[in-house]
Design a protein around this ligand. Structure first.
Ligand SMILES: NC(=O)c1ccc[n+]([C@@H]2O[C@H](COP(=O)([O-])OP(=O)(O)OC[C@H]3O[C@@H](n4cnc5c(N)ncnc54)[C@H](O)[C@@H]3O)[C@@H](O)[C@H]2O)c1
Ligand SMILES: O=C(O)[C@H](O)COP(=O)(O)O
Length: 530
């Protein structure tokens, strides 16, 4: 029984740890607050790393994690993980995106109300024995305009709760359809319009190169005087230096911050301002949310390591079980075609064209493309290639991939054609289909029509069509105790050549291959592993 080491380096709820400890194949270690050096050491023999936002999973950490198969985030944000470096190494990166969304939306509403009514400042004042009623007069939220930037999972819940408070909710999210926004009582507007109309602005986007410093000096200049800002998303979306200036000038009346450019913040001048209220990244910190995300990530990591099922991965295309039941045979077919190509071409591959014909063209074909690339690269790069990094490795090697689709079938109901172009100008074309519901077949190889099962040890021979060639090949194989399982023969009527594809019980050794190549009328012989 394989044993997997599960390393947990941030504080996750005990319910998640208990679930992992119950899996007989798992050896669970919890080690929090590690220095980067300690983390590198511990992760060396780990198969899974489970984190929250404190552990920094840098490319350095990933480089040394030779056995790591999965990084699981008990929560949403993955800006503390170098996902690109993980992808390159074939490591699945997954999060638990749903468990803390309500809690974070509630924290946002709490921050909004605390900001509008000066609750933290008034608490501090009263605790210092003062009674400053006038100083802490607040603002009503009723009928005020709340501008939401990022109407995703959390933004939508904030909108719902704000509607309950009878606020007017407007939002900017270029990836959301107006009908969807309308359904949840939100008016979708441009960013400029949001800035011009909103009394309160709350941010709920991820931190990306596009959203980094989205809320900056220029943005503040477009906002209403006396606007209030809430950020419970990520530090760095609001430019802190510009926010400080905007508050000092009175343009912004106040800000509620749960997240910071640097966490924990060090010498951050914003923390000295009365108009700023803050929490130490508490958005997801309720018992309910922490149990949800810890249990979710424990289940997902278990499912992946034990059953190979990937859920909520950010670097693998998601295939629902329903889609997998349709696509499964095509994934196998594409992988076999890729492996076939890699073993017959004579120069580095520079371009791959994949054409999907028939009903298969109507499906999400991304997983088929990745399976094809995995097949193509595995004979070249070995076991390191998997569904996570195949696309990445192809790009890294400068292989261009082009895809096209035709929904009207030709000879077969569903067909995948994979053409490969090499640096030396060679072009090879393989066409595959599925017989019945599950049987992959290669039905054309360049000009040769075939009906071959691409599986196991195979021998590919091209020869001039003359009597006796097949007999001679059979004699040589027999002499070396090699059994032929299946034989497929295709003919090219234009060149008069024949293609023979044999499946054998063992790989054909090199000396036997050389003997076959010496036979009269044999042009080439290649041993394949499919
Ligand atoms: N403070 C916390 O403890 C805490 C807890 C959970 C999540 N978060 C953070 O909250 C944020 C939102 O999380 P979510 O689960 O709702 O994410 P989500 O992916 O469901 O939603 C994000 C939305 O932002 C939109 N978006 C992306 N780029 C945009 C842009 N340039 N302008 C406008 N909209 C854009 C997307 O279309 C999407 O609808 C993330 O940054 C996450 O890390 C913080
Ligand atoms: O992205 C998240 O899920 C939140 O920011 C929560 O982060 P935390 O797990 O470190 O509290």
């Amino acid at each position: 029984m394989a044993t997997y080491k599960i390393l947990i380096t941030d504080n996750i709820a005990p319910q998640g740890i208990e679930l992992l400890e119950k899996v007989p194949q798992f050896d669970v270690e919890v080690a929090v607050s590690l220095s980067p050096e300690e983390l590198k050491k511990k992760v060396k023999d780990a198969h899974a790393l489970i984190i929250r936002s404190a552990t920094k999973v840098t490319s350095d950490v990933i480089e040394g994690a030779k056995k790591l198969k999965v990084i699981g985030r008990a929560g949403i944000g993955l800006d503390n993980v170098d996902v690109r470096a993980a992808t390159k190494k074939g490591i699945v990166v997954m999060n638990a995106p749903e468990g803390n969304m309500v809690t974070t939306a509630e924290h946002t509403i709490a921050m909004l109300m605390a900001l509008a009514r000066n609750i933290p400042q008034a608490t501090a004042s009263l605790k210092s024995k003062k009674w400053e009623k006038k100083k802490f007069q607040g603002r009503e939220l009723y009928r005020k305009i709340l501008g939401i930037i990022g109407l995703g999972r959390i933004g939508s819940i904030v909108a719902d709760r704000a509607n309950g408070l009878k606020m007017k909710v407007i939002a900017y999210d270029p990836f959301v359809r107006p009908e969807m926004a309308e359904k949840i009582g939100v008016e979708l507007v441009s960013l400029e319009e949001l800035y011009q109309r909103a009394d309160f602005i709350t941010i709920h986007t991820p931190l990306t190169p596009e959203t980094k410093y989205l809320i900056n000096k220029k943005a503040f200049a477009q906002m209403k005087d006396g606007v209030m800002i809430v950020n419970c998303a990520r530090g760095g979306i609001v430019k802190e230096k510009d926010l400080y200036e905007a508050i000092q000038k009175g343009k912004v009346a106040g800000a509620a911050l749960d997240v910071f450019e640097k966490e924990p913040p060090q010498d951050n001048p914003l923390l000295d301002l009365d108009r700023v209220i803050c929490t130490p990244h508490l958005g997801a910190s309720t018992q309910e949310a922490q149990t949800n995300v810890a249990v979710a990530i424990a289940e997902q990591v278990t499912d992946y390591l034990i059953n190979g099922v990937v859920r909520n991965a950010v670097n693998v295309p998601i295939i629902s079980e329903e889609l997998l039941s349709v696509l499964g045979p095509y994934l196998t077919l594409a992988e076999k075609i890729g492996a076939f190509h890699a073993q017959v071409v004579k120069a580095p591959i520079k371009e791959v064209e994949i054409e999907y014909i028939g009903d298969v063209a109507k499906t999400d074909t991304r997983p088929i493309k990745i399976a094809g690339l995995k097949g193509l690269l595995t004979p070249i790069l070995g076991e390191q290639v998997n569904f996570v990094n195949a696309d990445f490795l192809a790009t890294e090697r400068g292989i261009q991939v082009k895809e096209s689709k035709r929904e009207i079938p030709s000879d077969f109901t569903n067909v995948i054609i994979v053409n490969v172009h090499t640096e030396s100008g060679e072009k090879k074309s393989i066409t595959g289909t599925i017989f019945g519901k599950k049987q992959p077949r290669i039905v054309r190889l360049d000009g040769f029509a075939l009906e071959a099962v691409p599986e196991g040890h195979m021998l590919l021979i091209q020869n001039v069509d003359r009597p006796g060639v097949i007999g001679n090949i059979g004699t040589i194989l027999g002499r070396h105790q090699i059994n032929i399982g299946r034989m497929h023969v295709g003919q090219d009527e234009i060149t008069g050549q024949t293609l023979i594809l044999l499946s054998t019980n063992i790989p054909v050794p090199k000396p036997v291959l050389e003997e076959i190549k010496e036979l009269p009328h044999v042009i080439s012989a290649i041993s394949l592993e499919l």
